[in-house]
Ligand binder design. Sequence first.
Ligand SMILES: Cc1cc2nc3c(=O)[nH]c(=O)nc-3n(C[C@H](O)[C@H](O)[C@H](O)COP(=O)(O)OP(=O)(O)OC[C@H]3O[C@@H](n4cnc5c(N)ncnc54)[C@H](O)[C@@H]3O)c2cc1C
Length: 237
Amino acid sequence: MKTFKIRLKSKEMSNNNMSSFLVFDILEDFEFKTGQFVMLTVPADMGEVKRAYSIASPAYEAQKNYQFSIYVKKASQAGASKFLTQDIQPGQILEAKGPMGHFVDNEDTDKYLLISSGCGVGPVLAHYQRLKETQKYKKMVNIFGEKYVDEIVDSAKNKFTKDDSNTKSIFFFSREEELPDWSRKGYVQHALDEAIEFLEDNNIKVFVCGLPQMVDDIKQKLIDKGVDSNKIIFEKY
Ligand SMILES: Cc1cc2nc3c(=O)[nH]c(=O)nc-3n(C[C@H](O)[C@H](O)[C@H](O)COP(=O)(O)OP(=O)(O)OC[C@H]3O[C@@H](n4cnc5c(N)ncnc54)[C@H](O)[C@@H]3O)c2cc1C
């Protein structure tokens, strides 16, 4: 683990201005595995705070471009997430420490189920891009959930590319009245049977990230459907 500096290169906000997708230049040597997180030191209104943020881009991209991204949702009025959504501007340098975390893929598998909600999308997006790039899978389903369409940052969402015969993405919005045609009303839990049907197997590896209650519920439901609990890799926040 090391301490190093990063500099904000670009920032894109969601339409409701509550979520940001931040791309940082990595200013010193730093290696990580896709799915890991860093501890950022943030000059927030409440004073300097250290908070964990998952890296939302795959490791190969960092090696190629010396960049990584994070996806942040505003969760406080004066804390790190307020700074990283409302205040930070390109050029700002932050201190990062890492890598940390076990939301990593230690062994390639044929079939993947990726599930995320809210700002949990970050490390799942990283795995999705890694799998699409390496093509070391036979089938993959990606399920994402949010309350409203305006809460997601377009460029992050658009990294979930078009479906093909091996890959399927399902987007849920739980409270949206005007659903875009690429989405459905409901919660990520609602598509588990459909996902297993598409994967034609319950011998799958699962990456699930989001609020603790959602992660626990998904884990139990998948175990009940015969998925091996050792193959459910999760991060809660
Ligand atoms: C391993 C890990 C990875 C993470 N990755 C990400 C990530 O990729 N993206 C991301 O967005 N977050 C991520 N988090 C969460 C992140 O670390 C912070 O906890 C989060 O951004 C909130 O930090 P904060 O300083 O803004 O809020 P804090 O000041 O720490 O407040 C924490 C909580 O207190 C409550 N709170 C604080 N102030 C108020 C207020 N004025 N009114 C009402 N409620 C309030 C909120 O519920 C808030 O969530 C991750 C956490 C972990 C453990």
